[in-house]
Design a protein around this ligand. Structure first.
Ligand code: AMO
Length: 452
């Protein structure tokens, strides 16, 4: 390697002073035609041709094609290894045959870090051709694959879109504790943990805290992990997932929450269209069109599925996964919508904080949102009256003394309110057409998996 030239070229790159010339981003390259630029990234792939080589550089937000040739380069091609982290000097040269209209002619390199072993799995093909098991076992490296990282760039954009929308609607972002003295959602799927001389639980949801914060900010939201001790191994269940929650006060009906979610999802789809074009096309993803989302009461949905699909109803209180799938098929055929709000779930299946329908106490003012065959959201109106909340706790035989701090909310007056929780991984998986929610989870936690 020509070290004199190397030093000349790179002294400025480590200089953070006024003379430092900035490194070029992938998106800026086209505006530097004919110039020599400095850039950094990882060597994604080296394709040796006769007399030259294509070197793909994985940069922060794109994979860029560079050309290595003895004619321009001051270093041997063997200095480069796949996955090495490098700083490069290259000339941006017009080239009609290149897809971008230019090619990057490599001139010099500074190797920052090299892999100490050959990768155990090939990650630089169009997709990682292996089982989901392997894909997850080797997550720290398989996520470097172009398609894999596109999934999580889209997931990040979904969160940005939700935040942008909710901030615009005057919601305040909160961060509630994940270690709690009691579970909010009931049931057996709660993780216990020793907590000094007490027993504590991992939060199943931010339910109590988001409701308490309605009394403070009126409209709040949180995007954070929650924990469910699901013992079953399904394609829909994780033991830790990211819950997108919002809660809003002064509502007149639970339908306002559904309308807010409808608009939030619409904003999200537009945001993805504008900001994730490359990732969506890489993943071959057709975004759903969201207009008004149709709604159907739970009991009517059950009957419709039974009659249209000639199925016997075995569980009158909840849907079986197959019924959620069938209902979505029926709705899509009938209305063209890939989303359906199912409303008025039976009280017996909803948590103690759900408000019963004043016209029929057997059902709640609640809803689920199903998307392409899977429940992605649960929401509804909550009980705000102290008397009513105490009564429901007592009817259910729950120990009201355990809920003393939660009940301060009701005791000292909270407006009529409601909200929802959306599973981020489920939404991402459905959007991208995955069969397993794990494909849309960075580092999934399930009954068998605690690593990586
Ligand atoms: P619920 O328990 O229905 O409601 O959860 C809300 C949404 O979270 C997602 N979800 C899951 N995703 C992956 N793995 C799991 N084990 C899992 N469990 C749930 C689903 C589901 O629709 N407090 C209420 C929400 C509210 O009313 O505000 C709650 O947590 O997408």
């Amino acid at each position: 390697m020509n070290t004199t030239k190397f030093t000349e070229l790179f002294t400025v790159s480590t200089n953070t002073g006024a003379n430092a010339s900035p490194e070029t981003e992938a998106c800026e390259l086209a505006s530097h035609m004919g110039e020599t630029v400095r850039l950094h990234g990882s060597i994604y792939k080296i394709r040796r041709m006769s007399g030259f080589a294509f070197v793909l550089l994985r940069m922060r937000d794109a994979i860029i094609q560079c050309v290595y040739s003895n004619e321009y380069a001051s270093f041997p091609l063997d200095a480069l290894t796949e996955e090495a982290c490098v700083r490069l000097v290259a000339e941006v040269a017009a080239e009609e045959r290149a897809r971008a209209g230019y090619e990057l002619r490599l001139k010099d390199v500074q190797i920052l870090s090299t892999p100490s072993e050959i990768l155990p799995i090939v990650i630089n093909q169009k997709q990682v051709n292996t089982s989901l098991e392997n894909l997850l076992d080797y997550r720290p490296i398989t996520l470097r694959n172009e398609k894999e990282r596109a999934i999580f760039r889209i997931q990040a954009a979904i969160c940005t879109a939700f935040r942008e929308f909710l901030n615009g609607e005057h919601f305040t972002e909160i961060h509630s504790p994940k270690i709690a003295a009691i579970g909010a959602e009931g049931g057996a799927n709660i993780f216990k943990l020793p907590y000094f001389d007490k027993e504590a639980y991992l939060a199943q949801s931010p339910q109590f805290y988001k409701q308490m914060m309605v009394g403070v900010f009126e409209r709040v939201y949180e995007i954070a992990p929650v924990f469910r001790a699901e013992k079953h191994d399904t394609s829909r269940h994780l033991n830790e997932y990211t819950s997108v929650d919002f809660e809003m006060g002064y509502i007149e009906s639970f339908e306002e929450i559904m309308a807010m979610e409808n608009r939030m999802l619409r904003h999200c789809i537009l945001f993805l269209e504008e900001n994730c074009t490359a990732e969506l096309s890489l993943l071959n993803c057709a975004l759903p069109e969201i207009r008004e989302i149709p709604q159907i009461p739970f009991a009517a949905a059950k009957e419709w599925i039974a009659s249209a699909c000639r199925r016997e109803i075995t569980d009158m209180l909840d849907f079986e996964p197959e019924e959620e799938r069938l209902l979505c098929e029926l709705v899509a055929k009938e209305t063209g919508s890939e989303f359906i709000f199912v409303t008025h779930y039976p009280s017996a299946k909803r948590p103690f904080y759900a408000m019963d329908n004043p016209q029929n106490s057997e059902e709640t003012l609640s809803f689920d949102l199903l998307f392409r065959g899977l429940e992605i959201t649960t929401g509804g109106q909550r009980i705000h009256s102290y008397k009513e909340q105490l009564a429901k706790l007592r009817v259910r035989g729950m120990h009201e003394e355990l809920f003393e701090s939660y009940l301060m909310l009701h005791k000292y007056a909270v407006p009529p309110h409601g909200g929802l929780g959306l599973g981020l991984e489920r939404f991402t998986a459905q959007l991208l057409g995955f069969e397993n929610v794990r494909s849309a989870t960075l580092f999934p936690r399930d009954i068998h998996r605690l690593m990586p």
